[in-house]
Design a protein around this ligand. Sequence first.
Ligand code: PRP
Ligand code: URA
Length: 216
Amino acid sequence: METPTLHVSTHPAVAHKLGILRDETTEPKKFREVVRELSWLLGYEALADARLRPIKVRTPLETMDGHELGDRIGLVPILRAGLGMVDAMLELMPTAQVWHLGLFRDERTLRPVEYYNKLPTSASVDLCLILDPMLATGGSATAAIEVLKRWGAVQPVRIKLVNLIAAPEGVAAVSKAHPDVEIYTAALDRQLNDKGYIMPGLGDAGDRQFGTGSEG
Ligand code: PRP
Ligand code: URA
């Protein structure tokens, strides 16, 4: 089924780096490096329709009409795995605020459990980017979007989800519950396995970044 809110990157550099990320022999140091590089590339794509504000720029030769990013942006990394995406996004959007949201997936029920929330008291941005490398069942992403909407991130505030790998099940769940949220991903994989892992995927994104184990 066609999902108009889904954007799967077609850039060769993204495909190349994704191959390194998926490779089971890629060590945590390299894995973190590639998460960062992919985040930069996906952030670039997710910002393609960001609003600009006109400014005057003085070059060494003359003054010209230039631009700066006009949208006020909030980055919402989902702990833990989303942490690895923050630095690259801040390079792209240096004035963005970062609001950490702690969610882990209960291994038995696969339902998200919230354990940390560092949202400010009021929603004072135009665009929220939720950062999480993996969109599996969609439970964590849906919970994060609901937290943001309850908090006040409703139209005209836009919410975008930035993932590195998405499963069709997760895309379907998010787009059904939140058809206003656009999803940017480097890849749309085949399916989930019976433990809720994305196939072929890359295993556990948090464990692979932080060297805490492996699962599949
Ligand atoms: C992973 C991943 C997502 C979630 C995706 O986090 O980073 O947050 O699972 O699964 P879902 O779409 O089925 O909810 P995890 O719960 O393993 O926590 P971690 O980042 O601390 O490792
Ligand atoms: N979380 C991960 O880190 N990997 C998956 O494949 C699914 C959920």
